[in-house]
Design a binder for this molecule. Structure first.
Ligand code: C2E
Ligand code: MG
Ligand code: MG
Length: 361
């Protein structure tokens, strides 16, 4: 075994992936967990057909089993076992190859950004967009972020990736502004941005270059990103807010959620993780959790986004508990910028109110 015992409990992120689906709605077979490959260090590892192939095209001698660990019905982790130590050596060299490939992809323009609308529940108006990166891989087709963000974070490629997505989002916002469409764009930050004291100034410079106001950019951070280096992260986040950027806590309710961070972080938005929202029914535990989060967040003077709204029933529930904004397949999957204008016109053309009826293509 790779430095851990059979059936040792590892990982805390599997619950997020268990709910992931391919764009066509079919279940996503991958599970990504933080596993201890050696007793000294934790390393990200994907349990995934895509990753566990050798360069020569043969499959790695990996036998794994993965099972969710449930606590009160909530998936808290995974039990994973691997077959043998040769896996690690092969995985390491494969990871290096993939890191080089990803670095080249970022530099070579293979990343694309899709945008998903955020809808104010009370009015039905589209009030913002989230920028979500994809890798347009020449052989593998469109690769979703869970297939390469962990690798990017582990190998340092994330700095260039984040810079690319931020510039793309700011430039796209400026293009939309010139057509009369003024929607804030949210971008996901990784831990490297939160521990980089120069990040707020650079981001301000980027916005100035494109004539975009900082308040048009929302920055989504996860609590685990903040907790990696909380003191520095809070300095960076406070500087971002002082410059006028809006902050949101993403995936709230998962990972190591801490109410102290919810209280202390200078965020204006809290995004309830989609695992609580996707199959929301009125009397299930998720309904109690979401109702509680909405009340808690409102009590702290912040606003709530529910991500993963897939059904009309879920939307009705969220409206009933006073949730502010929703995002999910109920309205739209993330789409290329080029599709957004016609999507907005069709959406508002169906009699849903909003500020966007005047958008010119
Ligand atoms: P996230 O920031 O929580 O983004 C929301 C994810 O939920 C997106 O997945 C979106 O497509 C998906 N989603 C939205 N509505 C629904 C729904 O109704 N049902 C379901 N099942 N899923 C829904 P996506 O695009 O695959 O991104 C996954 C994660 O990858 C993101 O989660 C974010 O953590 C990360 N990510 C995406 N783009 C970036 C980026 O540019 N930088 C960084 N650092 N992370 C990114
Ligand atoms: Mg997000
Ligand atoms: Mg999220």
């Amino acid at each position: 075994m790779l430095g851990y015992q059979p059936n040792e409990v590892i990982g805390h992120e599997m619950h997020q992936l268990l709910h992931h689906h391919h764009a066509d709605g079919s279940p996503y077979p991958a599970a990504s967990c933080k596993v201890k490959l050696a007793s000294v260090s934790a390393q990200e590892c994907r349990v995934d057909d895509e990753v566990f192939w050798r360069k020569d095209g043969t499959r790695l001698p990996v036998e794994y089993s993965a099972a969710p660990l449930l606590v009160d019905g909530v998936v808290m982790g995974a039990v994973v076992s691997f077959a043998d130590i040769t896996t690690r050596r092969a995985f390491d060299s494969d990871a290096e190859r993939q890191a080089a490939e990803l670095r080249a992809a970022v530099a070579g323009g293979e990343l694309v950004v899709h945008y998903q609308p955020k809808v104010e529940l009370a009015s039905g108006a589209v009030v913002g967009l989230e920028a979500l990166v994809r890798w347009q891989h020449p052989q593998r087709g469109l690769v979703f972020p869970d297939g390469f963000i962990p690798l990017a974070e582990r190998t340092g490629v994330i700095a260039d990736l984040t810079a690319f997505v931020l510039e793309e989002a700011v430039a796209q916002h400026a293009r939309w502004l010139s057509t009369g469409l003024d929607l804030p764009v949210a971008v996901n930050l990784s831990v490297d941005s939160l521990t980089d004291p120069g990040f707020p100034d650079r981001l301000e410079g980027l916005c100035r270059r494109y004539g975009v106001a900082p308040c048009a950019l929302e920055l989504e951070v996860t609590e685990s990103g903040v907790m990696a280096e909380p003191t520095l992260a809070i300095v960076v986040l406070t500087a971002l807010v002082a410059k006028g950027f809006a902050l949101a806590i993403d995936d709230f309710g998962t990972g190591f959620s801490s109410l102290a961070y919810l209280r202390d972080l200078p965020v204006s938005w809290v995004k309830v993780d989609k695992s609580f929202v996707m199959d929301l029914a009125h009397n299930d535990p998720n309904a109690h959790i979401v109702r509680g989060i909405v009340a808690l967040v409102h009590g702290l003077g912040k606003r709530v986004v529910a991500e993963g709204v897939e059904t009309a029933e879920g939307l009705a529930f969220l409206l009933g508990v006073g949730c502010d904004v929703g995002q999910g397949y109920h309205w739209s999957r993330p789409m290329p910028a080029s599709d957004l204008t016609s999507w907005l016109q069709e959406y508002h053309g169906h009699g849903i109110p909003g500020q966007l009826l005047t958008v010119t293509p």
